[in-house]
Ligand binder design. Structure first.
Ligand code: FAD
Length: 604
C-alpha cells in the first residue's frame, strides 16, 4: 500500500501541519487488506499522540489525495507542502496531479526522500538508468553518499484555528475482512521498541540465525519500514558498526534494490519482468489448498497458516511457499502475490511483487530453476520441527523427524491431508515445460515473437501474454524519452490496475467455483469465457492508453512527438510506439541478465 510516510521526522519546521490524507482511491482498492489497514490505524493513532506530546497534532483528511492536500494548504495559509517522496506508479501519478494543480495557487511542493536508504534513480550503471543485478548495485550502494539521519522536531505548533480532524479506527478504513488474530501493533513507538529489542538480542547472531524458522533471529521490522513508522536510513544509522550489522544492512540494500527496479519499471508490479511464455495452469482447488495451508506439505502449510494468523511470514518460508505455488502447482505468481498483499502487514508492492518474480524465475535474473524442495527445506531450516508444530496443531504430537513428512497412517490419525501433488513428478513436469518454453528471456516490455506468437493476453493469465501499454512505456524509455515514459506510466496506472483488477476478480471468481458449478450470483449470468474477459479488460486498458497519451500531449519533451498506434486485433498486436519519421528499433533490447547467485536466499 502506498501512503505518504507518517514519521514525524519529516516535519522539521516548528510551525507546520503534519498531515495524513486517507486516500479514498487507496481505501477502495485495498479496503479488504484488513491487517495492513489495522496496522495503519495504529500507526496514525501513535503518530498523533507523539505529535500532541510536542504541542501539535496529526491533521487527518480524507478524500482525493491531491485535492485534500491543496485544500489544507490553502486553509492553513501554507506556501509550501513538504512530502515524503514515493516511487510507485500510483504515487508518482497522484504527485504529478498535485504538482500540476498547485501551479495556480502559489504553493511550492518539496519532496523529501524517506522510503529507502538510497533513493531510486540515484545510482545507475554505466550505460543504463537502473541496476538489474543486485551484486553490482550493492557494491555501488555501499559507497553511496547518504543523507544525514535527522532527529524529530522538539516542538510543533499548528496554525491557529486549524481543525486537525480525527484519526479513524480500523473499522472505518476496512471494507471487508478482519485483521489477523496475532497481527503486529503498528506505530513508531512499537517499531522503536522492536528495533531496540532486535539490536540488543538478535543482531549479533542475525547472519547465522536469519534462516532458522523456529527461532526469533529476524527483526520483524518490515511493516514499520513499509508504512514509514521507521525510516530505513535511521534504522541503518542506529545499527551500523555493531556486530552482525553487515548482514542485516545487506537486506536493507535488497529492499532498496527492488524499489529502484520498480521505480524504473512500474509495470513489473503485475507483469513478468522477463517473460518466458509461461502458460500457467488454472487450478482453483490447488490454489485454495495453498491459501488455506492444506497442501499436505507441512512446511508450506505451517507458513501459510502463520501468514493467516499473524499477517507475517518468515522470509525463508515466503520463498518456500512461493516456489511451491509457481513450480509444484505451476500457478501464476500474480495469484500468490495478490494473496500475500491481502494478508501481509508489510505488503509492499516493490518487495512483494519483485520477490515473487525472483522466485518464479520471471524476475530480474534468468534463473528459471530456483526450486525449493519443501521437505528438504523443512529438515534444513526447521530441524527440530518447532515451526511446524507451532502452526500445525494437528501435527503437534508427531514425534521427531516424522513431522517433516508424515506417513499415510500418521496423516490419517491426525486428520492431516495427503500431499496434493508429488513434488518430484511436479518438478519434472515443470522442468519439461520451461525447457520447451524457455526460448526467450527478453524483458517483457519488449515483445518477442518467439515468446508467445499470436497469443498476447492481458496479465499473462493464461497464456503468458503481455499487455501492450507497458510496452509503449518501455519503448518510450528505451527511446530515451524517460520523462514521457514515466508520465505515461503514471497516467496509465490507475486505469491499468483497474482493468487488471477487474480481470483478476473475475479470474478469482472462476477459480473459486468448481467446474460446472455456479454460485447464486453466477446462476443468472454464467462466468464469461476467458477470451471475452481478456478482450474486455484489454479494451478498457487501451482506452486508458489513448486518454493517457492525450494528456501527455500537452507537455511534449524535446524531440519528435511520440504517438501510440492502436492496431486491431488488439490481443495480437497491441500498441506500437513510433516517433514521427522513424520507427524505434524494435530489437534494441538488453540481453539476458545473468542469474544473481547472491540472491536473498539459497535454495535446494
Ligand atoms: C515471495 C516473497 C514476498 C515478499 N513480500 C514482501 C513484502 O510484501 N514486504 C516486505 O517488506 N518484504 C517482502 N519480502 C521480503 C522479506 O521476506 C521480508 O522483508 C522479511 O521477511 C521481513 O521480515 P523481517 O523484517 O524480520 O526481515 P529481516 O530479515 O529482519 O530483514 C530486515 C529488513 O530487510 C528487508 N528485507 C529482508 N529481506 C528482503 C528481501 N528478500 N527483499 C526485500 N527486502 C528485504 C526488509 O525491509 C526487512 O524488514 C518478500 C519475500 C518473498 C520471498
Amino acid at each position: 500500500m502506498t501512503i505518504p510516510r507518517c514519521t514525524p521526522r519529516l516535519a522539521h519546521l516548528s510551525r507546520s501541519s503534519p498531515c495524513f490524507v486517507i486516500d479514498d482511491e487507496i481505501v477502495a482498492r485495498y479496503g479488504s487488506h484488513a491487517t495492513r489497514l489495522a496496522f495503519l490505524a495504529d500507526s496514525l493513532t501513535d503518530l498523533d499522540s507523539r505529535l500532541r506530546a510536542i504541542g501539535g497534532a496529526l491533521v487527518v483528511r480524507r478524500g482525493r489525495w491531491a485535492d485534500a492536500v491543496i485544500a489544507l494548504a490553502r486553509s492553513a495559509g501554507a506556501g509550501r507542502v513538504h512530502l515524503a517522496d514515493d516511487y510507485s506508479a500510483y504515487a508518482k501519478g497522484r504527485l504529478s496531479v498535485l504538482e500540476r494543480s498547485v501551479a495556480g495557487h502559489r504553493i511550492e511542493v518539496i519532496r523529501h526522500p524517506g522510503v529507502t536508504v538510497v533513493p531510486p534513480g540515484e545510482l545507475a550503471p554505466a550505460g543504463g538508468f537502473f541496476f538489474q543485478v543486485f551484486a553490482p548495485y550493492f557494491r555501488r550502494w555501499q559507497s553511496a553518499r547518504l543523507r544525514p539521519a535527522r532527529p524529530a522536531p522538539a516542538a510543533i505548533r499548528l496554525p491557529a484555528g486549524l481543525d486537525p480532524g480525527r484519526v479513524p479506527g480500523p473499522a472505518e478504513l476496512t471494507v471487508a475482512g478482519a485483521p489477523a488474530r496475532d497481527r503486529p501493533r503498528g506505530g513508531e513507538t512499537a517499531g522503536l521498541s522492536r528495533l531496540g529489542d532486535f539490536g540488543a538480542t538478535a543482531l549479533a547472531g542475525y547472519e547465522a540465525g536469519r534462516d532458522d524458522l523456529a527461532g526469533e533471529g529476524v527483526s520483524r521490522l518490515s511493516p514499520y519500514l513499509h508504512l514509514g513508522c521507521l525510516s530505513p536510513r535511521a534504522v541503518m544509522a542506529e545499527l551500523a558498526g555493531r556486530p552482525g550489522s553487515e548482514a542485516f544492512i545487506r537486506q536493507l540494500a535488497w529492499r532498496d534494490f527492488f524499489h529502484q527496479v520498480l521505480a524504473a519499471r512500474p509495470e513489473a508490479s503485475w507483469r513478468d519482468y522477463r517473460g518466458r511464455g509461461d502458460t500457467w495452469r488454472d487450478d482453483g482447488a490447488g490454489l485454495r489448498a495453498w491459501q488455506r495451508g492444506q497442501t499436505g506439505y507441512p512446511i508450506v502449510d505451517a507458513a501459510m497458516r502463520q501468514l493467516a494468523a499473524e499477517g507475517f511470514m518468515h522470509n525463508r518460508a515466503r520463498m518456500i511457499v512461493a516456489s511451491f505455488l509457481t513450480k509444484d502447482l505451476y500457478l501464476d505468481w500474480r495469484l500468490g502475490a495478490a494473496h500475500f498483499m491481502r494478508l501481509l502487514a508489510d505488503g509492499d508492492i516493490a518487495c512483494n511483487q519483485l520477490n515473487w518474480q525472483w522466485v518464479a524465475g520471471t524476475g530480474t535474473d534468468t534463473s528459471a530453476h530456483r526450486i525449493f524442495s519443501p521437505v528438504r527445506q523443512s529438515r534444513r531450516f526447521d530441524p527440530g520441527g518447532g515451526y511446524l508444530r507451532r502452526y500445525l496443531p494437528e501435527l503437534a504430537r508427531v514425534p521427531g523427524d516424522a513431522v517433516h513428512e508424515p506417513d499415510a497412517a500418521t496423516r490419517h490419525s491426525c486428520g492431516y491431508p495427503e500431499p496434493i501433488v508429488d513434488h518430484r513428478a511436479a518438478i519434472a513436469e515443470y522442468r519439461a515445460r520451461t525447457r520447451a518454453g524457455a526460448a526467450s528471456t527478453a524483458p517483457a516490455g519488449l515483445p518477442s515473437r518467439r515468446t508467445c506468437p499470436g497469443r498476447r493476453s492481458l496479465l499473462g493469465v493464461p497464456g503468458g501474454g503481455q499487455p501492450s501499454a507497458g510496452s509503449a512505456v518501455t519503448r518510450l524509455r528505451m527511446a530515451g524519452q524517460q520523462r514521457r515514459g514515466d508520465r505515461l506510466a503514471a497516467l496509465l496506472t490507475p486505469a491499468v490496475l483497474a482493468a487488471g483488477q477487474s480481470f483478476q476478480r473475475r479470474l478469482d471468481l472462476r477459480q473459486r467455483l468448481p467446474l460446472g458449478h455456479h454460485g447464486p450470483a453466477e446462476t443468472a449470468s454464467p462466468p464469461r469465457r476467458p477470451a471475452t474477459v481478456r478482450r474486455r479488460a484489454l479494451s478498457s486498458l487501451l482506452r486508458s492508453v489513448v486518454v493517457g497519451e492525450r494528456q501527455l500531449g500537452d507537455a511534449p519533451e524535446p524531440g519528435p512527438p511520440a504517438v501510440l498506434e492502436l492496431r486491431p486485433p488488439f490481443h495480437h498486436a497491441g500498441l506500437r510506439h513510433r516517433q514521427a519519421g522513424h520507427r524505434v528499433p524494435p530489437r534494441h533490447r538488453p540481453g539476458p541478465v545473468a542469474a544473481d547467485t547472491s540472491g536473498p536466499g539459497t535454495c535446494s
